[in-house]
Write a protein that binds this ligand. Structure first.
Ligand SMILES: [Zn+2]
Length: 83
């Protein structure tokens, strides 16, 4: 995956739904650091990852994947959403 594609995907507006496929690991990045994320899968089918998380070591935060959608809101926004 080239850098241009990574920039484009990282520029997707927060909250815009993206179906989580393994191919996306090449271009998904931390919303804070734009760094690489580590995928851990709890449930997947032939097409997409349904449940799991994306871990950023710099944030020390696990971004959840729920219903096939990666939630890449920054950590502080997750706290507000769940409050
Ligand atoms: Zn991060």
């Amino acid at each position: 995956m080239n850098e241009r594609a990574r920039e484009v995907l990282c520029a997707v507006p927060l909250g815009h739904p993206i179906v989580m496929k393994r191919d996306l690991m090449d271009i998904l990045c931390c919303p804070v650091h734009k760094g690489d994320l580590t995928l851990s899968v709890k449930q997947e089918n032939d097409v997409e990852i349904m449940e799991g998380d994306l871990f950023c070591a710099q944030c020390d935060f696990h971004y959840p994947i729920e219903g096939g959608i990666p939630n890449l809101l920054p950590p502080e926004m997750h706290e507000k959403r769940t409050a």
